[in-house]
Design a protein around this ligand. Structure first.
Ligand code: ADP
Ligand code: MG
Length: 496
């Protein structure tokens, strides 16, 4: 390990200030402009970061383009070994990365930030091992020819990532893209540029310069020029539906492929025979309360059979009340702060909309931190609404905060229809001991990622992606690497 471990996240944030990684060099924006990175738990500035623009994007893409040629020529398994080596190096930094992410995003160290750092390393190791699977086919065309397909890299991949799980969501794009022989330029999220930059710095010790580049900046000034750049051969985007539409339009103009991982309003359906305590515990994890609900797969619509509804709500409110909100760095903390003042406002707006909904009751849970250090922090008490209907605004729009609605149901056909009555289709979970019912429900729910009696986050090896406005394409699996980061060529050799 040539870069010393830095377990003090404040010192590390300062060390990582004002840097992009372009062509293997840590450099500021060419304009010299910067913006502040805040700790949302305290609202203190912890670092500055480059305010990149089209000039920086162009520099990064040109470096990526040059580096990609030699990278693609390398044996696939050798590339895979290097990507896996990045995972091994990152595994040694789980604590360092976890602390940095907790400081930068307000996500609690024990429940969220450290686990995310360890999944990050695992994703690199997983994809590194898949290099020999970059296979084509042989085709029985006729006896005079040898007809085969080969999978080739696309070239330079432009990746745009969000702030809610920055390490994991970046890894799901860059690890398969690199193993497949592409080079990558990432535009980090303006709210969380530091953790991903540390990953880049570690990777830079292992990969050839220019193969992986990352720059920080805002969507219009740095994200848009990346999508528009004529040498970017594919765009992979994770973020909101509105921004996804803008990105997709630009990709369409350029006729380049585009993967979109967008929002969700994921249903959780609790059947009458479900184990109540297991379903309540499952609702807490499904709703990602430990991530302040800032997850596209959050179970923000919880349909509970009417026989269980009242007991479910009572137990769920008690369980969320028992969660400890406070210092993200404290091992005791379950729930940290939300990411930004803008997100705080959005969540408050939706809590207001929920409270104004006819028939709604707001169950406000868990106590705000009392420590004066966090008096300016962006802490939001989780809210469980009862008495709302699926058609209400609160159930139709993504909130991306610790707000969920528990909705009673009686008729099975009707609850399936309600679960599907949404523009989104990312994730879903069904809670029952009746296997036949579970299978029927998961087949009929319009969502890309369905679970029974659990609802865990995306895992390496499982294709993950949405239908409807939740997006296009899959991530996290062999399929994602083959279908989304290679292009197939047909080769016919006439042997006569
Ligand atoms: P949020 O609502 O959390 O800001 P966004 O979808 O706007 O979600 O952001 C996700 C990512 O998309 C971020 O990295 C952001 O900078 C980037 N982004 C925002 N606007 C654009 C745009 N017009 N073109 C490209 N990227 C963008
Ligand atoms: Mg935005």
């Amino acid at each position: 390990m040539t870069i010393p471990l830095q377990l003090d996240p404040h010192a590390l944030a300062a060390e990582l200030s004002n840097k992009n990684l372009i062509g293997g060099e840590l450099v500021p924006a060419s304009s010299g402009k910067t913006f502040d990175v805040i700790n949302p738990a305290t609202m203190e500035t912890i670092a500055t970061t480059p305010f990149s623009d089209a000039t920086d994007v162009d520099r990064a893409v040109q470096n990526a383009k040059t580096a990609q040629k030699a990278w693609a020529k390398m044996n696939a398994r050798d590339r895979g070994k290097l990507v896996a080596a990045c995972g091994t190096a990152l595994m040694e930094r789980v604590e360092e990365m976890g602390r940095l992410i907790a400081l930068e995003t307000g996500k609690a160290i024990r429940t969220e930030s450290r686990p995310e750092a360890s999944v990050l390393a695992d994703v690199f190791i997983y994809f590194g091992g898949l290099a020999s699977e970059l296979k084509g086919e042989s085709i029985p065309f006729n006896n005079e020819t040898l007809t085969v397909t080969v999978r080739q890299p696309i070239g330079v991949i432009g990746a745009i990532i969000p702030w809610n799980a920055p390490l994991l969501l970046m890894a799901l794009k860059i690890a398969p893209a690199l193993v497949a022989g592409n080079s990558v330029v990432v535009k980090s999220a303006e709210e969380a540029p530091l953790g991903v930059l540390r990953v880049a710095q570690v990777m830079n010790e292992i990969l050839p310069p220019g193969v992986f580049n990352i720059l920080s900046g805002f969507g219009p000034e740095a994200g848009a020029p990346l999508v528009e750049h004529k040498s970017v051969g594919k765009v992979s985007f994770t973020g909101s539906v509105d921004t996804g539409r803008i990105v997709y339009k630009t990709a369409a103009e350029r006729i380049v492929p585009c993967t979109l991982e967008l929002g969700g309003k994921s249903p959780m359906i609790v059947m009458a025979d479900a184990d109540l305590d297991r379903a309540v515990a499952g609702a807490l994890t499904s709703m990602r309360f430990t991530r302040q609900g800032q997850s596209c797969t959050a179970a923000s619509r919880i349909f509970v059979h009417e026989d269980l509804h009242d007991a479910f709500v009572e137990k769920m409110v008690a369980a969320v009340n028992a969660m400890k909100m406070g210092d993200p760095m404290d091992e005791e903390t379950d729930i940290g702060s939300v990411i930004s003042p803008q997100q705080f406002q959005t969540v408050q707006k939706y809590i207001g909309i929920g409270k104004d909904t006819a028939g709604a009751t707001a169950h406000v849970c868990s106590a705000l931190p009392t420590d004066a250090r966090f008096s300016k922090g962006l802490f939001v008490q989780p809210v469980i609404f009862t008495g709302t209907r699926n058609t209400d605004q609160i159930n139709q729009e993504e909130i991306f905060g610790p707000v969920t609605c528990v909705i009673p149901w009686r008729d099975y056909e009707d609850v399936i229809a309600q679960a599907n009555d949404t523009q989104f289709g990312l994730a879903a979970s069904v809670w029952t001991n009746n296997l036949k019912l579970a299978m029927d429900a998961v087949h009929r729910i319009e969502a890309g990622f369905c679970q029974v009696n659990q609802n865990v986050v995306v895992q390496a090896g499982l294709s993950y992606g949405g239908v409807k406005t939740s997006g296009l394409g899959k991530e996290a699996s062999l399929e994602s690497m083959l279908e989304h980061f290679t292009q197939k060529k047909t080769i016919i050799i006439n042997m006569t």
